[in-house]
Ligand binder design. Structure first.
Ligand SMILES: Cc1cc2nc3c(=O)[nH]c(=O)nc-3n(C[C@H](O)[C@H](O)[C@H](O)COP(=O)(O)OP(=O)(O)OC[C@H]3O[C@@H](n4cnc5c(N)ncnc54)[C@H](O)[C@@H]3O)c2cc1C
Length: 551
């Protein structure tokens, strides 16, 4: 095969991904040294287009980065006024008194924001400091030097035919080289996954765990809206054996962000996280907010939930892992944006210091230490047993025992349960179809609940039809040979965008596995949950994927 010729550009720091982690790193590098050349590459058509987190933001990261963010017009206006935690049964529920909740789960002082809009604003701040930001530049390959250190990425290749050969409008993309490369691709980053494998970065860490978050934005009537109110729930419809829960945030302009996170270690292969979410909206304590309203956007994304014990070594020769590429979410708080920002700041400090000392391409071990021993480590360490306890005892047991562990950690600065292990990966947690009942989900009513393809149209997702399928099967026959008989091919149900289908002849015979890659919302669930670990999510070309408005 002939080597593809590409132009190369050199920078001090190349940053992959314009999320809160990557943008914080870019901003802080320029704050530390205005002469540093910094580039940020983003696969979305614009900054924010692939950012799903309609979020409750702990502003500690932003306070450290841009203390006068309010004066600079940051789109962070809605202070949390009220916290509610509901335990739902099928027809009713009860609200847990706030004094029973561990204090660290209080959202007092936090803001309800659209992280899409926050990252758009952060990109403006970065550009004003001289950072170059290129949206529509999917980074598809890693580039190593002769010694094996990461030295850059290939970005912006597009125009390949479906069979992978260059088409008439083929552009080979560019190599962007840096003294250091920061990978801030969010949870289950495709390049980050390769780097973790290549440098064996996870060998001393526990397995990484994930949840699938599915979210919608609704415009609701003013009488249903209570700006600043934050509601979380557990229980119905998932029940008390499967980990997961909901969020409902009353943002500004009579909008609510509603969503459901299902832990991907669920066992029953017939479970559909999408249908659980649709069903949940019919609960009377939820539908009373949505009724008379209109759904305006839809999206999905995995969230890393392994926490402290699952953080891989985050510095390696030539680069670092930031934010959710290193898995920095505080699970019981469902918050990772603040740690993403703190990690960007810490990585910028380590790289600026190294470059000033004339170093390049080596390991920024100061960064790895800062991650574990600084503010991020402190935030994650005290809640480290909640995920393993939930996996063992279900959400109620996890909440009770995890709550006790967090209370003690809060009061006495140690976790009485030590550090619990997570057990199996999410893929291997999937049970055999023969051992579990089929779940009969109600049909969507088209008012509160919707079918998957209608939902995907509300993510404004776009992929060309005549390009290589970006969801790669290691063994193309395996879905029909193994997954269908053993697991009833769960890809049909775990994908929240209807990418995977089993199609058959009219008489029900001859099953085939079909990949509708054009529907993919880049949530990465398939890369995690396939029980045979047969699917690899790769970056599609150009600026494809969802186009979230203000998620
Ligand atoms: C449903 C849900 C709800 C959440 N709610 C909250 C909340 O309320 N509060 C909170 O603090 N946190 C919340 N989180 C967690 C939060 O979203 C993450 O912690 C945060 O997004 C991590 O930031 P990041 O910069 O590491 O990654 P991301 O925000 O995921 O950003 C990564 C960026 O990199 C880009 N990218 C990825 N790969 C490539 C590539 N190869 N080439 C080019 N670009 C690439 C992506 O398009 C994206 O723009 C939630 C997560 C989910 C899924």
């Amino acid at each position: 095969m002939t080597e593809i010729e590409r132009e190369a550009m050199d920078y001090d720091v190349v940053i992959v991904g314009a999320g809160p982690a990557g943008l914080s790193a870019a901003i802080h590098l320029k704050q530390l040294d205005a002469d540093l050349n910094v580039v940020v590459l983003e696969k979305g058509s614009e900054v924010g287009a692939h950012i799903l987190s309609g979020a409750v933001l702990d502003v500690s990261g932003l306070d450290a980065l841009i203390p006068d963010w309010a004066a600079r017009g940051a789109p962070i206006k809605t202070r949390v006024k009220k916290d509610r935690f509901l335990m739902l049964g099928q027809g009713g529920g009860l609200r847990l008194p706030n004094f029973l909740m561990p204090p660290l789960m209080s959202n007092h002082g936090a803001y309800i924001v659209s992280m899409g809009n926050v990252t758009r604003w952060m990109a403006e701040q970065a550009e004003a400091l001289g950072v170059e930001i290129f949206p529509g530049m999917a980074c598809s390959e890693l580039v190593y030097d002769e010694g094996g250190a990461l030295k850059g990425v290939v970005a912006g290749e597009f125009g390949l035919n479906a069979d992978g050969t260059p088409g008439p409008h083929y552009e080979p993309g560019m190599i962007l080289r840096g003294k250091y490369v920061f990978l801030s691709e969010g949870a289950r980053g495709s390049l980050s996954k390769q780097v973790i494998e290549n440098f064996e970065l996870a060998k001393n860490a526990d397995v990484q765990k994930f949840g699938l978050g599915i979210k919608e934005i609704w415009d609701v009537p003013p009488e249903n809206h209570n700006e600043g109110e934050v509601t979380h729930s557990m229980g119905w419809p998932l029940g008390w054996k499967t980990g997961g829960g909901s969020f409902l945030y009353h943002a500004e302009n009579n909008q609510v962000f509603v969503g459901y996170i299902v832990d991907l270690n669920y066992k029953n292969p017939y479970l559909s996280p999408y249908s659980e979410f649709q069903r949940w909206k019919h609960h009377p304590m939820i539908s009373e907010v949505l009724k008379g309203g209109k759904r305006v956007a839809y999206g999905a994304r995995v969230v890393a939930k392994g926490g402290y014990q699952s953080i891989p070594q985050s510095a390696f020769p030539g680069g670092v892992l930031l934010g959710c590429s290193a898995g920095l979410v505080n699970l019981p708080r469902i918050k990772g944006n603040h740690n993403a920002m703190h990690s960007g700041i810490a990585a910028a400090k380590a790289a600026a210091k190294a470059i000033k000392a004339g170093r390049m391409g080596d390991e920024l071990s100061d960064y790895d230490t800062a991650l574990r021993e600084g503010v991020i480590g402190k935030d994650l360490k005290r809640v480290r047993n909640v995920a393993p306890l939930t996996a063992r005892f279900g959400p109620l047991g996890g909440l009770t025992l995890g709550g006790f562990d967090m209370w003690v950690a809060n009061l006495f600065k140690f976790n009485p349960l030590g550090t619990l292990k997570h057990g199996k990966s999410d893929a291997l947690s999937t049970g055999k179809a023969a051992d579990y009942p089929v779940i009969d989900y109600p049909r969507p009513d088209g008012v509160l609940s919707f079918d998957r393809l209608t939902s995907v149209s509300f993510s404004a997702t776009n992929h060309a039809e005549d390009e290589p399928v970006h969801l790669k099967l290691a063994d193309p026959e395996l879905p029909i040979r193994v997954n269908l008989p053993q697991y009833a091919e769960p890809a049909q149900r775990y994908c929240p965008a209807g990418v995977y289908e089993i199609i058959r002849d009219e008489d029900g015979t001859n099953p085939r596995f079909q990949i509708n890659a054009q529907n993919c919302v880049h949530c990465k669930t398939c890369d995690i949950k396939d029980p045979s670990e047969n699917i690899t999510w790769t970056c599609p070309q150009g600026c494809e994927g969802p186009n979230y408005p203000n998620m």
